[in-house]
Design a protein around this ligand. Structure first.
Ligand code: PHE
Length: 350
């Protein structure tokens, strides 16, 4: 091979593998150019002076030619990858996104937003609760019929742990760990052994608790009215408080909200009929004392309501069990988009 042949074969090498073979053939240990370089040593001084520059020139040309071709092949390879692995970020988003926000999550976000605006912080407690927090401290002694009322799931073991039957134990945990004034909501899962169209063994509640000086039923009613108006996004929400009984509140009131018929559907607002939405009352002095606070100094109100039920009333589902079936068609119908973040100014209704 003469110089031109070598250089043109290098320039035409189809890929990096072929180029490497050519390098070995020419510049490798037993390559042709290496052989020429070696032959310089055997030449006499005159011949070396004559041939030397051409041989060194050849080695330089081959070395440069290989480097050049290598860069060109590597660039071509990069271009090919860029072309095949291209992501077009300007493509429109898929018309039906795969996931959605569950109505329970959405409603929990709505409630948190509403109560945060009223100055309430979010508190939490464990779902596996001991019977002191779930019952005793809430003024439900062991022999009290209210324990049976709750269809409690008992946890195997020491006999003192239950799946919490309501979010009210978070009242206790909060009063034990925070100094009044206290304004908290406690959303979360609760468990009762019950199952039909309006009951599931696990469901969601949200608890509210205010402890301060001079708190009255008036504060409770205003808070509930303000919350329900914001949640249902209607000003014509009418509340009715009925005397009731809970061991941990005194006096206790069940709260009904008025409904009316709109286009053949029962909607919240007006007062054609009533439905129960909340349990509430003034925190029992014994409960306050059980948490180590002086009931003569501190008073408060508490309320509790079903989050899933609130979702059903607001968004029109009729079977609670479907909330927990995980059926994607149901989620597609009732789920929310990721960007439907509830805000008071934007409307918590999404
Ligand atoms: N814990 C009660 C229930 O689960 C609701 C409630 C909470 C009532 C707070 C009064 C005060 O039914």
């Amino acid at each position: 091979m003469n110089r031109d042949e070598i250089l043109s074969r290098i320039a035409a090498a189809p890929d990096l593998g072929a180029l490497e073979s050519l390098r070995v053939e020419t510049l490798g240990k037993s390559g042709s150019v290496t052989a020429l370089l070696k032959s310089l040593g055997q030449m006499d001084a005159d011949t070396r002076t004559r041939e030397g520059p051409a041989i060194h020139g050849l080695r330089e040309a081959v070395t440069n030619g290989i480097a050049e071709r290598k860069a060109a092949l590597e660039n071509a390879e990069l271009d090919r990858r860029l072309a095949t692995e291209r992501l077009d970020l300007s493509l429109p988003a898929p018309s039906s996104p795969k996931g959605s926000i569950h109505p329970v999550s959405q409603v929990l976000d709505e409630l948190t937003e509403i109560f945060a605006d009223l100055g309430f912080a979010v508190a939490e407690g464990p779902e596996i609760e001991d019977d002191w927090h779930n019952f005793t401290a809430l003024n439900i002694p062991e022999t009290h019929p209210a324990r049976a009322m709750h269809d409690t799931f008992y946890v195997e073991g020491d006999g003192h742990h239950v799946l919490r039957t309501h979010t009210s134990p978070v009242q206790i945990r909060t009063m034990q760990t925070q100094k009044p004034p206290i304004r908290i909501i406690a959303p979360g899962r609760v468990y009762r052994s019950d199952s039909d169209a309006t009951h599931t063994p696990m469901f969601h509640q949200i608890e509210g608790l205010v402890i301060d000086r001079g708190i009255t039923l008036g504060h409770l009613k205003w808070t509930l009215e303000t919350f329900l108006k914001a949640f249902f996004e209607r000003d014509d929400i009418v509340l009715r408080m009925r005397p009731s009984y809970f061991p941990f509140t005194e006096p206790s009131a069940e709260v009904d909200v008025g409904w009316s018929m709109e286009k053949g559907r029962r909607v919240v607002g007006g007062s054609e009929g009533w439905m129960e939405v909340l349990g509430s009352g003034m925190v029992h002095p014994k409960v306050i004392a059980n948490c180590g606070l002086d009931p003569n100094e501190w008073q408060g109100f508490a309320f509790g309501t079903g989050v899933d039920r609130l979702a059903m009333l607001k968004y029109g589902m009729d079977d609670l069990r479907a909330f927990f079936d995980g059926d994607l068609r149901w989620m597609k119908h009732y789920g929310f988009r990721f960007f439907d973040v509830p805000t008071l100014s934007g409307g918590v209704g999404a």
